[in-house]
Design a protein around this ligand. Structure first.
Ligand SMILES: Cc1ncc(COP(=O)(O)O)c(C=O)c1O
Length: 411
């Protein structure tokens, strides 16, 4: 399991780490007149905010804590519903549960991201937010989803964990909704093994998010602020070592994006004429991260045969990113016996229920879909077959030929 950034860890990351280690100061806060303090976290927040095109970023220790910070920042909590896709990593859904709100699962469409029509159907007076996931680096239908959020005066959270560097119609992912979150774990575009980021254009929201990630303190505190903290926060802080690696990785982002996009274009062109084969709908070819190439076969049967031939899996069988494989969500297994938020007296909706088959459109699409790795190889995504970040056109051509031969046996 690895993403493109991890494939190309090298001298630049080592140099950044040594910069911190040689100075011997690992904490994210320090004073400007301390030569040991390298302000890596601070600088990372600055460059990420600039890149995303928003004034504020808060670095955290994972994509999950970024989501928890965003939800808390928006005041999502007991009694609220958050609409989320059934095709995502469990962290999206888990963060809603840990915020003590009720996740309402909605269908994906041919983008494999939230289907705006189903989102519209699932809005209730209790809906506080839509959590859109730009799954596998492909921007969701943001025009439609933003319009729904605006119309109903609810929040739009962008889970950009899998889409760092992506954009939609010229706007960077993470900057379109009220708040955006990123994961920087080893499977993502850039990485320090673990890490996350929250971005927003809203100053009061930034202040709240900062406080949540750091014991209730205000942004970029100097020292402790006993007596002034507005609420109880936790510790999701990033360390200087993580930020050092991420600064080096960040400088590689454009090279990663153009390499992946070129490889994906070539792979796609090489298999485009296969009879009956269709591609996942990409909302913005220029803006997608191009980490995976997703294909739809005409039937589930054909899809399974081809995937099997290539030692891969259809997405429906690929494991932890599909709601129907999340037994702990389906069975509402919470950490305490009371079963909050599902059994919360503050929740006034009908008892939430989740079951295999509850999202038939999603199930049907994922059963005949297969992921081909372009830069993210992860069995959890069903992308065991394909190329990696280190591969060039020669390997792309060879794998595309292998795919053609396998597909033609069954198409
Ligand atoms: C869509 C999505 N959301 C959230 C997360 C959580 O990120 P992390 O693993 O850094 O906590 C991931 C990570 O895989 C993800 O893919």
């Amino acid at each position: 399991m690895s993403g493109p950034g991890m494939e190309i860890i090298g001298a630049e990351e080592k140099q950044e780490i040594l910069d911190v280690l040689d100075a011997g100061y690992l904490f994210r806060y320090g004073s400007d007149d301390n030569p040991k303090f390298k302000a890596k976290v601070f600088n990372l927040e600055k460059v990420v905010a600039e890149r995303v095109g928003v004034p504020y970023a808060v670095a955290v220790n994972s994509g999950t804590s970024a989501l928890l910070t965003a939800l808390g920042g928006l005041g999502v909590g007991p009694g609220d519903e958050v609409i989320c896709t059934g095709y995502t990593f469990v962290a999206s859904i888990a963060s809603i549960i840990w915020a003590r709100a009720v996740p309402i699962l909605a269908e994906v469409d041919r983008t494999l991201n939230l289907d705006p029509e189903d989102v519209r159907r699932k809005i209730t007076p209790r809906t506080k937010a839509i959590m859109v996931v730009h799954m596998l680096g492909n921007p969701a239908r943001m025009d439609e989803l933003k319009a729904i959020a605006d119309e109903h005066k609810i929040f739009l959270i962008e889970d950009c964990a899998q889409a760092f560097g992506g954009s939609y119609k010229g706007r960077m992912l993470g900057s379109i909704g009220d708040v955006g979150t990123f994961s920087l774990n080893s499977n993502k575009m850039i990485t320090a093994g673990e890490g996350g980021m929250v971005v927003t254009k809203d100053e009061p929201l930034y202040i709240r998010c900062f406080g949540i990630h750091d014991g209730g303190h205000s942004p970029l505190r100097k020292g402790l602020e006993v007596g002034k903290r507005p609420f109880v926060g936790v510790d999701y802080r990033m360390s200087e070592l993580q930020a050092a690696v991420l600064l080096a990785q960040f400088r590689k982002l454009d090279a990663i994006l153009s390499h992946l996009r070129a490889n994906k274009k070539r792979f796609k062109a090489a298999i485009a004429d296969l009879p009956g084969l269709e591609f996942r709908e990409i909302t913005d070819e220029q803006g997608e991260c191009a980490t995976l190439l997703t294909v739809f076969f005409p039937t589930e049967h054909v899809a399974r045969q081809v995937a099997n031939e290539l030692d891969s899996k259809v997405i429906a069988d690929s494991g932890w990113h599909v709601y129907s494989n999340m037994e702990h969500v389906l069975e509402k297994r919470t950490v305490t016996a009371e079963g909050c938020p599902f059994a919360c007296p503050l929740y006034k909706g009908p008892e939430p229920k989740y079951w295999k088959g509850m999202l038939p459109q999603t199930d049907a699409l994922l059963a005949r879909a297969m992921n081909i790795s372009i830069g993210v190889s992860d069995v959890g995504l069903g992308s065991g077959f394909g190329v990696t970040m280190r591969d060039g056109f020669d390997v792309v051509d060879e794998r595309a030929e292998t795919f053609r031969r396998a597909a033609l046996k069954y198409l």
